[in-house]
Design a protein around this ligand. Structure first.
Ligand code: PDD
Length: 287
């Protein structure tokens, strides 16, 4: 059965959904996106994603074609129409489709933004076997642009990073700038030393993860120590534990970095505990 997707005000079967070849998302990667997870048929951290979307749009001087209330209604309708119990809602807004290719931004009064949403059904997302086993990562240079705080659809380098990880026989890549880890290709990165969780502080160098914000709040509430600072690849390889966070993985343990095994090679105690707390608390607050 084909999915029902949302394009510029219409709900359509996916085969019928169309966007212009002049769309700036297609020609210039001139667009922003959000990924919101769905558990128990409800949206996780919706508010955080909606607020970050507004910020991304503002930073790029792009108009939002819908209000936050409309956005929530569209998300809910798609989840319901596609019977998503566990999965994701993908949202993309671009600067629209002017009549021709041009580097200059089109006049927003003449060229409305394009908005597209679709669901991805992922049964078993919360009970992922990878969370029991932990994942392996390699480190690669961070060759992305300088405004990684804006969630743009320029995902070529992260895609290349995933391919480098695949070629190395591991699950993902952590990116490195000046010797310090920035983040994973599509997630925020953390190490654990003793009782302290260490993760890079927020700046233009990384995406301000919505899951990150919630997890750090829960960690503080559980009396865990959190240090928001740069950490090196060497420090990471010698850490007791490591993990990533994102809307699609929640909290996922990392057990190997560049071939160096962390701890016993199995998930430690901090990441699985944070995963449990995150899933429990965010499901309570789901909308
Ligand atoms: N990626 N850093 C990067 C570079 C990301 O692409 C993501 C999310 C995160 C985590 O952010 P959040 O916790 O708000 O999901 C960090 C999404 C899941 C994706 O591209 O599919």
């Amino acid at each position: 059965m084909s999915r029902i997707v949302y394009v510029n005000g219409e709900y359509l079967p996916e085969e019928e959904a169309k966007v212009s070849i002049f769309d700036r998302g297609f020609l210039m990667a001139d667009g922003v996106y959000e990924v919101t997870s769905v558990l128990g048929g409800k949206l996780i951290d919706f508010d955080g994603h909606a607020v970050r979307l507004e910020r991304s749009l503002k930073e790029l001087d792009m108009a939002s074609p819908v209000s936050k209330e409309e956005l929530l209604a569209i998300h809910r309708q798609l989840v319901s129409e596609n019977d998503v119990e566990e999965g994701l809602v993908y949202l993309q807004i671009t600067r629209g489709a002017p009549s021709d290719r041009d580097f200059a931004f089109p006049n927003p009064d003449e060229t409305p933004s394009t908005i597209v949403l679709f669901t991805q059904n992922k049964p078993g997302l919360a009970k992922s076997p990878a969370a029991q086993k932990g994942m392996k990562v390699i480190t690669i240079d961070d060759e992305r642009w300088g405004r990684r705080d804006i969630k743009t659809v320029q995902l070529l380098y992260p895609s290349m990073g995933k391919m480098m990880a695949k070629a190395a026989g591991v699950d993902d890549a952590w990116m490195v700038q000046d010797g310090f880890i920035t983040e994973g290709t599509s997630n925020n990165a953390y190490i654990v030393k003793g009782n302290t969780i260490i993760t890079r502080a927020l700046s233009n160098d990384i995406l301000h993860g919505i899951t990150r914000a919630a997890v750090l709040r829960f960690a503080a509430e559980a009396q865990m120590q959190v240090e928001e600072r740069n950490f090196t690849v060497e420090e990471a390889k010698e850490a007791d534990e490591a993990f990533i966070t994102s809307a699609s993985t929640f909290v996922m343990p990392v057990v190997e970095i560049d071939g160096a095994t962390l701890g016993t090679g199995a998930p430690g105690s901090v990441a699985p505990r944070l995963r449990e707390i995150y899933l429990e608390e965010s499901m309570k607050a789901a909308v």
